[in-house]
Design a protein around this ligand. Structure first.
Ligand code: ADP
Ligand code: MG
Length: 679
């Protein structure tokens, strides 16, 4: 390079360095002002006094008032983290734990993982010096397995308690049990809804304080007629706002990753058809399984406007600044459990009134806003008042396993804030019993039950891993479980359905979806890790990384594979691998002997087996239900006799997903306790 060039490069560098310093200064100042203007800032001293006075305190405040980010910092500065103790804050959702921890670390001017950190399943960013720790409620429950009094925490804050996730409910029950014995420790329950009474009563009339929030008026608009296709209606509304209203960000509530990604693509496509001057609209997706770097994008400035596509995560868990328009199709994906059939499924249901109100409130945080409800006003009146707690609509096997591991043997007598039905408890006990996790007198079995309780997975997956080590195919099962734990790996855009189906065929195994998933995983792994062609030096490593990322991206695009999901699966894989190594399970591969692997699937998922019926449908053994193989399965329209599956989805028909071909005889051989009972 010439001198001139060199010279210019240096001055540029100096300038940008200065710019960086003054930027950093401006940023700190901006954050300071933001913090001071939060409604909670003016009641700091009063709140600290209340916490000092009461061992159990309930704090209720409007979303966005500063509860989650500020209260832990108040407590830290009031000396609650002396003697190595920490403030632990639980969130029902992973995304919230991560984004909030990052924000608070920035507010404190520290690096994430030092004073402020987070810990969620499969991702821990804390260290010995962490004093403010955000985590999921499920993770704190796991910590209770090792430390029943949660003695590391001077304060435990159960945040977003109104969400009433099954983990929150169990955690509250547990904490109620031990709070008296948690010497000098505090319990705070935070909630966005206005109904603090239920928590207060549960904790024997505990003190509740309310924080006034700021809420600007929000115009609510309804459609005149019901919409046939809410995705399409949402698209129309997005562009109506984009073209007519100009200023202000838009937040759309959708039901899940697939829907969000579909809308993202459709928006991009329509933008391309607009005149140049109208094309600028930054779409940002946010949903639970999104990798954390990408979650943060909702907080980055976009001068020409944001279009945030979110799941119900953005109702209360994550406060996104700048939203002026909310589009609410009125649906949410929820777990649902039928104890009679022992079947859990994800279904899309109408929101409750409380959810609809919460959603529209998101538009009025910084000024007056508008909310477009994509249904007629008369429909609103028909909605349920509030959402049913999750514990009343899920399979309890996981909860029971954890409670048993915590020494709570009498599940029926456990003091739940709201008791699940007896039928659901019985069915879930039965399920655990079938999986071999419980002994005849309903204690955790040794070693299987204890091993299962240690794995942070659905019990049926934990059992599959334990069995796989005996079937010599733990490597394959680890990949399978990781891939089953993420959202769909293939995507099939409506407009390119044929192309995507053809692409998917090159991974397809005639034996079914589980092996297909392994094929995809291994192909991705090859791309991201094959380093045969370069000598191993630091520089090469960098080049290799950049190159393989690029190749990977292109490969994903060409094969209609969701790169996000595959990366997420790789993360999960390495974490579970760590767990099973610690447990001393033998990790071997069955190589090309997929028969062995399929036998292991049959032994693991025997509860979900289905047999072909003369008319072409399948009948699930466990539940007797008539089901069909989902069109996304490689076995769709095949004629196999007997299958195991992992998931049932109900739309107009009942579909089974993630399906593998097995032999009926294997079931009687590998799960005789179930298959003789049945006949
Ligand atoms: P609450 O818990 O009461 O709902 P929070 O403490 O989560 O409120 O949020 C307080 C404010 O901080 C919100 O107005 C939000 O805009 C802002 N905020 C929270 N997280 C972030 C973030 N990661 N980046 C930028 N601003 C944030
Ligand atoms: Mg909050």
């Amino acid at each position: 390079p010439s001198m001139a060039q060199n010279g210019r490069v240096t001055t540029d560098f100096k300038q940008s360095n200065q710019a960086h310093n003054s930027n950093a200064f401006a940023r700190r100042e901006e954050i300071r002002q933001q913090r001071e203007s939060l409604p909670i800032a003016s009641v700091k001293e009063r709140l600290i006094e209340e916490v000092k006075k009461h061992d159990v305190l309930i704090i209720v405040g409007e979303t966005g008032s500063g509860k989650t980010t500020q209260i832990p910092q108040f407590l830290f500065s009031a000396g609650f983290c002396r003697e190595g103790k920490s403030v632990g804050i639980t969130q029902p959702r992973r995304v919230a734990a991560v984004t909030v921890a990052k924000r608070v670390a920035e507010e404190c001017g520290v690096e994430l993982g030092q004073k402020v950190g987070y810990s969620i399943r499969f991702d821990d960013r804390t260290s010995g010096v962490t004093r403010i720790k955000y985590m999921t409620d499920g993770l704190l429950l796991r910590e209770a397995l090792l430390d029943p009094y949660l003695s590391r925490y001077s304060v435990v804050i159960v945040d977003e308690a109104h969400e009433r996730t099954v983990h929150t409910d169990v955690l509250l029950g547990l904490l109620k049990n031990v709070q008296k014995a948690r010497l000098k420790s505090k319990l705070i329950i935070m909630s966005a809804s206005l109904d603090a009474r239920v928590f207060s009563e549960y904790f024997g009339g505990a003190r509740a304080v309310h924080i006034q929030g700021r809420q600007h008026p929000v115009d609510i608009l309804y459609t005149l007629y019901p919409e046939k296709d809410y995705v399409d209606a949402a698209l129309v509304t997005i562009f109506q706002i984009h073209l007519e209203e100009r200023h202000g960000d838009i937040l759309v509530f959708l039901t899940g990753q697939e829907e969000i990604e579909a809308v993202e693509r459709l928006v991009q496509e329509r933008l391309r058809q607009l005149p140049e001057s109208n094309r600028k609209l930054v779409t940002v997706p946010i949903f639970s399984s999104l990798p954390s770097e990408q979650q943060m994008r909702v907080f980055m400035p976009a001068p020409d406007g944001h279009l945030v596509l979110a799941t119900n995560i953005a109702e209360t868990s994550v406060t996104i600044p700048g939203i002026k328009f909310v589009i609410d199709p009125g649906f949410v994906k929820a777990r649902s459990y039928d104890p009679a059939k022992g079947m859990e499924s994800l279904i899309i249901i109408p929101t409750s009134k409380a959810q609809a109100l919460q959603r529209s409130g998101r538009a009025g945080r910084e000024g007056p806003g508008k909310c477009f409800r994509l249904y007629p006003e008369s429909e609103f009146e028909k909605l349920e008042d509030s959402t049913k707690p999750e514990i009343k609509r899920c399979n309890l096997a996981n909860v029971i396993l954890q409670l048993k591991a915590l020494g709570v043997d009498d599940i029926f007598g456990f003091d739940f804030i709201e008791k699940p039905s007896r039928a659901a408890i019985v069915k879930s006990l039965e399920h655990l019993f079938l999986l071999g996790a419980l002994t005849d007198d309903c204690k955790l079995s040794d070693p299987v039950g204890h091993q299962m309780a240690r794995l942070p997975l659905d019990p049926i997956y934990s059992k599959a891993l334990i069995l796989a080590s005996q079937f010599n195919c733990l490597e394959e099962m680890l990949i399978t479980v990781a891939m089953l734990s993420v959202d769909s790996v293939f995507y099939a855009p409506r407009e390119k359905l044929d192309e995507s189906r053809t692409a998917a065929k090159c991974f397809a195994s005639p034996d079914g979806d589980h092996i297909t998933l392994i094929n995809v995983y291994r192909a991705a792994e090859d791309l991201l890790e094959k380093r045969k062609w370069v000598p191993h030096t630091e520089r090469n490593e960098k080049i290799f990384k950049a190159k393989s990322e690029k190749i990977f991206k292109r490969w994903c695009k060409e094969n209609f594979i969701n790169g996000r999901s595959v990366r997420h699966a790789r993360d999960i894989h390495s974490q579970i691998r760590g767990h099973v190594e610690q447990m001393g399970l033998r990790i071997t591969s069955c190589g090309d002997d997929m028969l062995q692997f399929r036998r292991c699937l049959a032994a693991s998922f025997f509860i979900n087996a289905a047999l072909k019926q003369p008319e072409g449908n399948y009948r699930a053994f466990g539940t007797g239900q008539v089901v069909q193989i989902h069109p996304s399965s490689v076995l769709f329209q095949s004629k196999v006799e007997c299958v195991v599956f992992n998931e049932m989805v109900q739309t107009t028909n009942k579909y089974i997903r993630n399906v593998t071909r097995i032999e009926y005889m294997w079931l009687t051989e590998l799960a005789p306790h179930y298959y003789t009972m049945q006949s």
